[in-house]
Design a protein around this ligand. Structure first.
Ligand code: HPA
Length: 272
């Protein structure tokens, strides 16, 4: 079965479980999954029940689609995502984004935990993604292009929507959070970077580094959805940090900021 048919199959299944027409899609990063619990009129669908979805395997990621409302606005939230380093084909990693687009979302908010490279970024900061650098070594549009999904050579000169960036910045301002915008650079992982690699990435223009988000942003643009991204700076990147990096630190920081994070998402999504 081709991706187009698989996508329709999955979207058809989800529609059979829930009559909601989501306008906004959200993907929750490492340790940030609790936002999904705050939705009103929730329907929860585990990924393994959805046709053509793979099983999820990382600690701190649950792996379910939660549909519901935030202040009355219908949303589809992915609590847990697929990572390339888990061994999935990159096209499987982004398949849920295609399904969200097929369900009718026009805006996609991507969130992640990331290492801070720019010295302005401290653990616990939320960084608005203003652009990205794809250094994963793969592109989710690799292979034959189905014109029904999007163009062969999609423009990436403005991946992160200016209007959505402003909505997030305004909300952060009103919450008294410092507004920091930056470039997110994606590597495949799963090993964290060496100090020499971080020095290189800094020279290349990266403010934060992580192992997700970029493939999803590319595919959302391929399908015509507007994209926004927020990185939770969970740690200082290797070499900047005085201590070894660990997934525990990543989830602990995410845990510390989740109050702010949930408040921010609740404020911005109805305005998207
Ligand atoms: N590097 C890569 N990915 C990450 C990091 C990091 O320092 N922190 C959270 N995800």
């Amino acid at each position: 079965m081709n991706i187009f048919d698989q996508m329709n199959d999955a979207a058809g299944f989800i529609k059979s479980r829930n009559a909601l027409s989501p306008e906004v899609g959200v993907i929750l990063g490492s340790g940030l999954g609790e936002f999904a619990d705050t939705l009103e009129e929730k329907t929860v669908i585990p990924y393994e029940n959805i046709p053509h979805f793979k099983k999820v395997g990382v600690k701190g990621h649950t792996g379910q689609l939660v549909m519901g409302k935030i202040k009355g606005r219908p949303v589809a939230v992915m609590q847990g995502r697929y990572h390339y380093y888990e061994g999935h084909d990159i096209r499987e990693v982004v398949f849920p984004v295609r399904v969200l687009c097929e369900l009718g979302i026009k805006k996609l908010l991507l969130t992640n935990a990331a290492g801070g490279i720019n010295s302005m970024l401290l653990p616990g900061d939320l960084m608005i993604i203003r652009d990205h650098i794809n250094m994963m070594g793969v592109n989710p549009l690799w292979g034959e292009n189905d014109e029904r999904l999007g163009p062969r050579f999609p423009d990436m000169s403005r991946v992160y929507d200016e209007e959505l960036i402003n909505i997030i910045a305004d909300a952060m301002n009103s919450m008294g959070l410092g507004v920091k915008k930056g470039v997110y650079l994606a590597l495949s992982g799963p090993s964290y970077e060496t100090p020499a690699e971080i020095k290189m990435l800094s020279v290349l223009g990266a403010d934060a580094v992580g192992m997700s988000t970029v493939p999803e942003a590319i595919v959302a643009r391929h399908m015509g959805a507007a994209v926004a991204g927020i990185s939770c700076i969970s740690n200082l990147a290797a070499g900047i940090s005085k201590t070894p990096l660990s997934h525990k630190e990543v989830t602990e920081t995410a845990n510390r900021v989740k109050g702010h994070f949930i408040k921010l998402l609740t404020a911005i999504i109805p305005k998207f």
